[in-house]
Design a protein around this ligand. Structure first.
Ligand SMILES: [Mg+2]
Length: 165
């Protein structure tokens, strides 16, 4: 990572599957995109996603996506643009393999947020969250429907940011 990309803002990243992309059968979701976009972008966003991402950015955080899925960065970018969200950066499975795993023989964890100077990563998987302690990044585990998820994540981010200063 080059120094030039370091803005000094604290970085927060979100996993996609089961975190920002959820099933309307188990979670409250944002409305579908209008036809025919809903035929191309089938994922449903957790209710409040655009509001939370925009709030965090307005509060001076950089917000990234860090997913181990292989959806293209262009697809992810476009889908969220239709919801009025512009991420500061996106790491997908392909980018992780290219920039983090590279040609190393040991298999690294599926995500290493600290390699991208991410201070807080939100994920549904216990394995990703528990590795934070070992590899040195903070996590917030989110899975089930939670009406207060936005407030809780903001609180966690603020707590980490105030400790960094
Ligand atoms: Mg996930």
């Amino acid at each position: 990572m080059s120094e030039k990309t370091y803005s000094g803002k604290m970085r927060v990243s979100f996993d996609l599957d089961e975190v920002l992309f959820v099933s309307p059968e188990t979670h409250k979701t944002e409305p579908k995109l209008p036809f025919p976009l809903d035929r191309i972008f089938k994922e449903r966003l957790r209710l409040g996603t655009p509001e939370l991402i925009n709030s965090l950015q307005n509060m001076g955080y950089e917000v990234w996506v860090y997913t181990s899925s292989f959806r293209s960065i262009r697809y992810i970018k476009l889908l969220f643009l239709f919801y009025g969200v512009r991420f500061d950066d996106i790491v997908n499975g392909t980018r992780h393999l290219r920039e983090v795993q590279r040609d190393r023989k040991e298999i690294l964890p599926q995500k290493l947020p600290n390699r991208y100077r991410i201070s807080l990563h939100i994920d549904d998987e216990s394995i990703v969250c528990s590795m934070g302690r070992q590899y040195g990044y903070n996590t917030y585990q989110l899975n089930a429907q939670d009406d207060n998820w936005k407030e809780k994540i903001i609180e966690r981010a603020e707590e980490i940011r105030s400790n960094r200063l």
